[in-house]
Ligand binder design. Structure first.
Ligand SMILES: CC(=O)N[C@@H]([C@@H](O)[C@H](O)[C@H](O)CO)[C@@H](O)CC(=O)C(=O)O
Length: 303
């Protein structure tokens, strides 16, 4: 599904549906695609990332999910980006090669985070080897220092990267360092796609010049966030703020209850009606108390 369109707008960081006994549940992916497209106006997905518990899945499971998303997304989704990052270089390369063979529109990779790259050159060397397994599709760097602990500034990383990685297309920037993000935009806006990944701050990133966003809340608040993008494009800042405050009100409420991937699965289950199942250990399922309170909050949201 190599897409001629440049990636922009919203991309849902997909959840990995699981059966009650913890197996991946491929049978609902088709329904999930239709829900995103029809109910949330979201036509781009980022598969096997943080929200998708990618690093908690086996290589085989990651491949099956990649295949299913590409197959079910055909003629419905604009972009299916497969996250192929792994701690082991051979595993990341295998996943990259596989994603390209399935027909994914792009691949992305995080920095390895057990043995960490200590400088830009070693990080680029790792990413280059991964990207070179999929020479026909775009590669995106997935920057998420709160989880990887790899804090190499993206501004520095992007300097000269195209010479090292010819398929380099952009960054999924999941960090709150808006100075670094702004420098990336200032230096590379024409050349690269710069996607922001902290949903509660998206409006600030749009003001900095973000090309779009990747995040977990676009699974269930995609429609409202699309309206925020529209309001921002029309320079209606007051309306854009109201939509951002709506996401903020929900997240600020659930953060106080304890919020992460497990809770995202629960929120998506009650919002979409598609069973997302439990998370995989060491994550634990959201409590009944969380689900009741989050559901009531979601139903009370107004713009
Ligand atoms: C740490 C984390 O999970 N961040 C999320 C956000 O969408 C996050 O859930 C949201 O901003 C709420 O904090 C995304 O950046 C992650 C993401 O895009 C992914 O799952 O690959």
């Amino acid at each position: 599904m190599a897409s001629p369109k440049r990636l922009q707008g919203l991309t849902a960081a997909t959840i990995t549906p699981m059966t009650p006994d913890g197996e991946i549940n491929l049978s609902v992916i088709g329904q999930y695609v239709d829900y995103l497209v029809k109910e949330q106006d979201v036509k781009n997905v980022f598969v096997n990332g943080t929200t998708g518990e990618g690093l908690a899945l086996s290589t085989q499971e990651r491949k099956q999910l990649a295949e299913e998303w590409v197959t079910k997304g055909k003629n419905k989704l604009d972009h299916v980006i497969i996250h192929v990052g792994a701690l082991s270089l051979p595993e990341a390369k295998e996943l990259a090669k596989h994603a390209a063979a399935t027909g994914a529109s792009g691949i992305a990779g995080i920095a390895p985070f057990f043995f960490k790259p200590t400088n830009k050159d070693t990080l680029v060397a790792f990413l280059r080897e991964v990207a070179s397994e999929a020479p026909g599709i775009p590669f995106y760097y997935y920057h998420i220092p709160p989880l990887t602990g790899v804090k190499i500034r993206v501004e520095e990383l992007l300097d000269g990267i195209k010479e090292q990685i010819p398929t380099f297309q952009g960054v999924k920037f999941s960090d709150t360092d808006l100075l670094d993000f702004a420098q990336c935009v200032k230096n590379n806006k024409e050349q690269f796609v710069l996607l922001y990944g902290v949903d509660e701050h998206l409006l600030s990133a749009l003001a900095m010049g973000a090309s779009g966003a990747v995040g977990s809340t676009y699974n269930y608040l995609g429609k409202k966030n699309n309206l925020m993008l529209e309001a921002f494009a029309k320079q209606d800042l007051a309306l854009a703020q109201r939509y951002q405050f709506c996401t903020g009100e929900f997240l600020s409420f659930v953060f106080k209850l304890g919020f992460g991937v497990a809770q995202t699965k629960a929120v998506m289950t009650f919002t979409s009606g598609i069973p997302m199942g439990p998370p995989r250990l060491p994550l634990l399922s959201a409590s009944v108390d969380f689900i009741e309170k989050a559901k009531a909050k979601m139903e009370s949201l107004i713009v």
